[in-house]
Design a protein around this ligand. Structure first.
Ligand SMILES: Cc1cc2nc3c(=O)[nH]c(=O)nc-3n(C[C@H](O)[C@H](O)[C@H](O)COP(=O)(O)O)c2cc1C
Length: 354
């Protein structure tokens, strides 16, 4: 993939990553302007726009935006936030040179994956058969309250579709009030008998993250070696995991706290109570992930603490009654995550028994 110098700063990148639509302006060789709304994906060096019209119906080269780019590659893309509270207004405008990426190239494949990762609608469209527009930015201009949390005008399903697991973050701090909103959402999760059988540990300092990484790394190394993984693979995976903990500005460890659960004389019902507690920890985690996304930050989920709860408690000096289950990383995504997301259709998942 071509590497172009970083033009967008971290605030601009974070703002653009949370916008679902932008406007693309192009001009023909006479300078006649043309603007269209576009869906887009982002890396730190490029912006990708799919051509989603069916190739047979409208050849890509028949689209005005494509013809313009071929005649005159100078383009601008603008994404903005409007709110009645004008303290929240903001925009980012990127100028750059656009090209068409042809199917079959490595960058085209990566771009299609990014676009499908961000917009599930593209999974059902044959965008891989069309060229993808790439903008290589050479100037970025922004104005307004880029850092304000996104307003919740979009419905909850939009937030559910937009959220994705993020594994690489920008070196940009999470505002305290955003972190509080995430924890507040977790607090309001449903729980068995309303017992709220969970507690949350927040970790920001590098030294503490390092202790946690070391504790979990020792256990993981032993497990990988037990699985017969080669030394090189083990080191690579451990380093990846350490990097994820180190580079995420905030970690939130979700722990089970079972002391307040109902007590039963028989094992089966007691097991049911514990299972319900775990289920509700999952609900707290999802509340937190959605609140994070809704507030303009991103999050990822790491299961590692589940496999060495005692070591995690020790490394962080937590109450021994806490059972670490899930670790959420929080921050601003470095770019659209490269992993393609897909979901089974409702037909596969649901049976109706009227
Ligand atoms: C219980 C649970 C454990 C997970 N553990 C990890 C993990 O250890 N590492 C990781 O990268 N992702 C982990 N994930 C995230 C999933 O891989 C991710 O949700 C899935 O691939 C779907 O992608 P999406 O969240 O972007 O939609 C976990 C998710 C869940 C629900």
């Amino acid at each position: 993939m071509k590497v172009t110098p970083k033009v967008l700063n971290d605030e601009q990148t974070a703002f653009l990553l949370h916008q679902r639509v932008a406007r693309l302006a192009s001009a023909d060789e006479t300078g006649k302007p043309h603007a269209v709304p576009v869906c887009f994906s982002l890396t730190q060096a490029a912006i990708y726009i799919a051509i989603d019209e069916k190739p047979k119906k409208v050849p890509a080269s028949g689209l005005k935006r494509v013809r313009n780019i071929l005649e005159n590659p100078a383009v601008a893309l603008i994404a903005d936030r409007y709110a009645e509270d004008w303290d929240l207004l903001a925009f980012v405008m990127v100028r750059g040179r656009a090209e068409l990426l042809e199917p079959g190239t490595e960058e085209h494949t990566a771009a299609v994956r990014l676009l499908r990762g961000k917009y599930h609608q593209y999974e059902a469209m044959r965008i891989e058969e069309n060229p993808v527009i790439v903008i290589r930015p050479d100037k970025a201009i922004s104005w307004g309250a880029l850092d304000e949390p996104e307003s919740s005008e979009a419905g909850v399903l939009d937030r559910i579709h937009g959220r994705r697991s993020v594994r690489r973050y920008l070196p940009k701090d999470v505002p305290d009030r955003t972190l509080e909103q995430v924890l507040e959402a977790a607090r309001w999760a449903p729980s068995p008998h309303g017992r709220q059988p969970w507690r949350f540990a927040v970790i920001k300092r590098q030294e503490t993250k390092g202790r946690l990484a070391d504790a979990m790394g020792d256990e993981w190394r032993a497990n990988l070696e037990m699985d017969g993984q080669g030394a090189e693979v083990v080191e690579k995976r451990l380093e990846g995991s350490r990097r994820r903990l180190r580079d995420a500005p905030v970690l939130v460890l979700l722990c089970l706290y079972l002391d307040d659960l109902d007590q039963y004389p028989d094992e089966e019902r007691q097991r049911g109570e514990t299972t319900m507690a775990v289920q509700s920890l999952g609900a707290a985690a999802q509340n937190a992930l959605l609140a994070a996304y809704d507030s303009g930050i991103d999050a990822g989920w790491m299961c590692a603490p589940l496999f060495c709860p005692g070591k995690v408690v020790e490394a962080l000096g937590l109450d021994p009654k806490l059972v670490p289950h899930a670790l959420l990383t929080l921050g601003y995504a470095e770019g659209d995550p490269p992993k393609r997301r897909s979901r089974r259709t409702l037909d596969e998942l649901v049976v109706y028994r009227d």
